[in-house]
Ligand binder design. Structure first.
Ligand code: AMP
Ligand code: MG
Length: 337
C-alpha cells in the first residue's frame, strides 16, 4: 500500500479514506495519532494490527466538539462542564461510563467506560467533521517505540501499512494527553500530561489524586494499557541525576561506551565530545517537546551505545516528562555500583 502524505488542501481526500474505513494518521498538539473511524470495528481492529498493539489496550475516541460525546456517554461527572469549558480543545482525555453497546469492545477494550478527547488542532478537527464520525487515535508509532511528533516519524514506522498521513509539521507539546478518569466520584489522573495536576486542582478547587500505579509502580494499573512497556528506543537509556553527569561520563569513557546526550543546553555544552540531542532551551516545555524526537534521533543515528538523559523535578509538566522518560529508561538511573 502506498502511504500518501496529505497537505491541508487535501483534508477532504483524507476524510474520504477514513469514512471508507482506511487508516489515516493525524496531527494533534500532543503527538500524531493513528486515525480510524471509531464506528467501524473492522477498521479499529486494523489499528491494533498495524501498530502491534495488545488488543486489551483501550483507545481514545477523538471528537470534534463536546456534543459528539453525547451519543456514547451514559452519565457525566458533575465537574464535566467546568473541565470541558476550561481545557477543551486541549491535551486532556476524559473517561466516562458509556451506554452499553454504543461503542465496540474493540475500542473500549471491553470496559464499560471510554476515553474521549477534543484535540487542539484545526486540521484534525476539520478531518473529524468531514469524516462525520469520531476517530480512534492511539499514537501513530509501532507499539513500544517513542511516540511520533512529526509526520516523518509516522512515515518511518508505518509506511506501506496505512493509507495516509495528514501533515502539520512538528507537534507543540511532544507527549500524550493527560488521562483523567471521571467515571468515579473522585476524579483521578491515570496518565500525566500537559494539563497538569496543579492546573486541574486550581480550576476545580479540589485535590486530584494520581492513580496508585503512578505513585507506586508495583500497583496493578486501572487500565490495561498502563501495564505495557512504552516509549523505548533500541538503544538503552539511563537517567542522570543533576550531580552525576561527571561520574556517568567518566564511567562511560572507562567502559568504552559511546554516549548520546539528551539534555538541555546548559548540560550539553559542558560535555562537547558526546553525540547529542539538545533541547531548544532550559525549560521543561522544551525538554518535553524534544523528548521523543531526541530518543528517535539518537537511536537512528546508530552511533551510540547508550543514551544519557537529563531529569527534571516531578511536578507540573515535569511529572509528564519524567513519566515518559522513566518508561523509556526502564526506570534506570545511573549509579555507581
Ligand atoms: P494511547 O492510545 O496509547 O495514547 O493510550 C490510551 C490510553 O488511555 C490507554 O492506554 C489507557 O491507559 C487510557 N484509556 C483509554 N480508555 C480507557 C478507559 N476506558 N479506562 C481507563 N483508561 C483508558
Ligand atoms: Mg501510544
Amino acid at each position: 500500500m502506498e502511504t500518501k502524505i496529505f497537505q491541508t488542501e487535501e483534508i477532504d481526500q483524507a476524510a474520504e479514506l477514513l469514512s471508507r474505513g482506511e487508516l489515516v494518521a493525524f496531527p494533534t498538539e500532543t503527538v500524531y495519532g493513528l486515525g480510524a473511524n471509531a464506528l467501524l470495528p473492522e477498521s479499529v481492529q486494523q489499528v491494533f494490527a498495524v501498530k502491534g498493539r495488545p488488543s486489551d489496550n483501550p483507545l481514545i475516541v477523538h471528537v470534534a466538539d463536546f456534543s459528539m460525546t453525547k451519543a456514547f456517554v451514559e452519565s457525566y461527572h458533575p465537574f464535566t462542564k467546568k473541565i470541558v469549558n476550561h481545557f477543551w480543545p486541549g491535551p486532556l482525555t476524559l473517561i466516562f461510563s458509556i451506554k452499553e453497546g454504543s461503542l465496540s469492545p474493540v475500542v473500549t477494550g471491553g470496559l464499560s467506560t471510554a476515553a474521549f478527547r477534543m484535540p487542539d488542532n484545526k486540521k484534525t478537527l476539520s478531518l473529524i467533521e468531514k469524516t462525520g464520525a469520531p476517530l480512534v487515535g492511539p499514537s501513530a508509532n509501532t507499539s513500544g517505540k517513542p511516540s511520533p511528533t512529526t509526520a516523518m516519524h509516522v512515515f518511518h514506522d508505518l509506511k506501506g501499512k496505512i493509507a495516509g498521513i495528514l501533515d502539520d509539521g512538528a507537534t507543540q507539546i511532544g507527549v500524550e494527553s493527560t488521562v483523567l478518569d471521571l467515571s468515579n466520584e473522585v476524579p483521578t489522573i491515570l496518565r500525566p500530561g500537559a494539563v497538569t495536576k496543579e492546573a486541574l486542582e486550581e480550576v476545580l478547587s479540589v485535590e486530584i489524586p494520581l492513580d496508585k500505579h503512578l505513585v507506586k509502580e508495583s500497583e496493578t494499573p486501572k487500565a490495561p494499557g498502563m501495564k505495557y512497556k512504552h516509549y523505548s528506543p533500541d538503544t538503552p537509556v539511563l537517567m542522570i541525576a543533576p550531580d552525576d553527569w561527571d561520574k556517568a561520563l567518566a564511567w562511560a569513557r572507562a567502559n568504552d561506551q559511546k554516549v548520546g546526550l539528551l539534555a538541555t543546553p546548559r548540560i550539553a555544552d559542558q560535555y562537547s565530545s558526546a553525540d547529542r540531542f539538545v533541547f531548544a532551551d532550559q525549560s521543561v516545555e522544551a525538554a518535553t517537546r524534544g523528548l521523543f524526537s531526541g530518543l528517535r534521533a539518537l537511536d537512528e543515528a546508530g552511533k551510540t551505545d547508550i543514551i544519557f538523559a537529563e531529569v527534571f523535578p516531578e511536578d507540573h509538566l515535569g511529572l509528564a516528562y519524567m513519566n515518559r522518560l522513566k518508561k523509556a529508561a526502564g526506570q534506570n538511573y545511573f549509579s555507581e555500583k
